[in-house]
Design a protein. Structure first.
Length: 355
């Protein structure tokens, strides 16, 4: 019994001091830990006679509770103190000037993709997507570009395996194939996205962007192609009149094929689209080759249509006066701040996305 009293007096005394949380934890271990003084007394109970046992256990329990309560009270006291002093020192100073918020900008390429999608959606095109890592079949063979076709070299392809089966898509045209394979005609889609070729200079980057267009139905002809491109170019450059010419060309996946140039001139050092007698190539197009339609199980005797591929970065450079294509992808914050768009910076021809 005297042991209990000794411990009680000793520790109640100790707890009168100014203690820190660490000291209190230390005391807890000394008393109630595995080899703590109170714990050891509990172990002793079994050795006592029946009579003593009851008295001893009840006295021990009372002291145990008293000490525990005291310790917990002390801990709470310290914690409250800490919170109060924190509240004291962290008062909100309403007179402080506000912090500067730096808002992000929309990259010109994203902006142009949104504008293009918006314009084509107005004339009934929906947006499709395909993977950047493409297989050889969708990128070439299904597009009437067989194994030894010279167009394969022209594309400076990044192959991803020894057997040249996997590659980074060299154009967005494989999305035509994917779209037609998974659905039934008619098709009227555009497919914007990243494309890759091993090429780099002021106007070429190994990663660049294209938008593919495809319109297949029962009686689609080159007149529709011309009307569609005419509408698109006028809307995109926000002008009423453009000069546009179709130049005969060759693509394995179209017949006939053409490249489209638009007229421009340089006025006061700035490029003006739609006037003058200089020509600028902006896209490739044509009537989808019957072989391509056969490859995707579309009957070329029933269905026909046009396709086109436009360089997105090129359009952005022209519209927003950006000279070096590589700057698009250098992620220079100052450049982005200058050429980027605020989220609410909507060009006059932008009528919202209907995706
Ligand atoms: N895929 C072509 C390229 O990357 C562009 C192109 C031309 C796409 C004609 C077409 C097309 O759909 O009909 O150079």
């Amino acid at each position: 019994m005297s042991d209990i009293k000794k411990i009680k007096d000793e520790y109640l005394n100790k707890l009168k001091n100014d203690l820190k949380i660490e000291n209190l934890n230390q005391i807890k271990t000394e008393l109630f830990g595995k080899n703590g003084q109170i714990s050891n007394l509990f172990k002793k109970i079994g050795t006592l006679s029946q009579d003593e046992r009851k008295k001893f256990a009840s006295a021990l329990n009372i002291v145990k509770e008293e000490l525990q309560e005291k310790i917990n009270f002390k801990i709470k006291e310290i914690e409250d103190k800490e919170i109060n002093s924190k509240l004291e020192s962290e008062k909100v100073d309403v007179t402080l000037p506000e912090r500067e918020i730096s808002q992000g900008k929309i990259h010109p390429v994203s902006q142009v993709i949104d504008e293009i999608s918006s314009i084509f959606s107005e004339i009934g095109f929906s947006v499709e997507e395909g993977p950047d890592v493409e297989n050889e079949h969708y990128n070439f063979t299904a597009l009437n570009t067989p194994d030894n076709h010279p167009a394969r070299d022209m594309h400076d392809t990044f192959y991803l395996d020894q057997n040249k089966k996997l590659l980074l898509r060299t154009h967005t045209s494989p999305v035509q194939v994917r779209t037609m394979l998974k659905g039934k005609p008619p098709f009227k889609i555009i497919a914007p996205g990243r494309t890759y070729r091993s090429d780099s200079d002021q106007t070429h980057s190994p990663m660049f962007h294209q938008v593919e267009g495809l319109h297949i139905d029962k009686d689609i002809n080159m007149g529709h192609l011309k009307g569609c491109l005419n509408f698109f170019i006028k809307s995109f450059f926000e002008i009423d009149k453009i000069k546009m010419r179709f130049r005969p060309s060759h693509f394995p996946f179209t017949e006939p094929s053409a490249e489209v140039d638009i007229g421009y001139e340089i006025k006061n050092g700035k490029i003006v689209i739609g006037e003058g007698n200089k020509w600028l190539e902006i896209l490739g197009c044509g009537m989808v080759h019957p072989n391509v339609l056969k490859n995707v199980n579309v009957n070329p005797n029933k269905y026909q249509g046009y396709a086109f591929g436009i360089g997105i970065d090129r359009l952005g450079m022209l519209k927003y006066g950006i000279n070096d294509l590589r700057a698009f992808f250098e992620t220079d914050y100052r450049w982005l701040n200058h050429f980027g768009f605020d989220p609410l910076d909507v060009p006059s021809n932008y009528r919202g996305l209907s995706r």
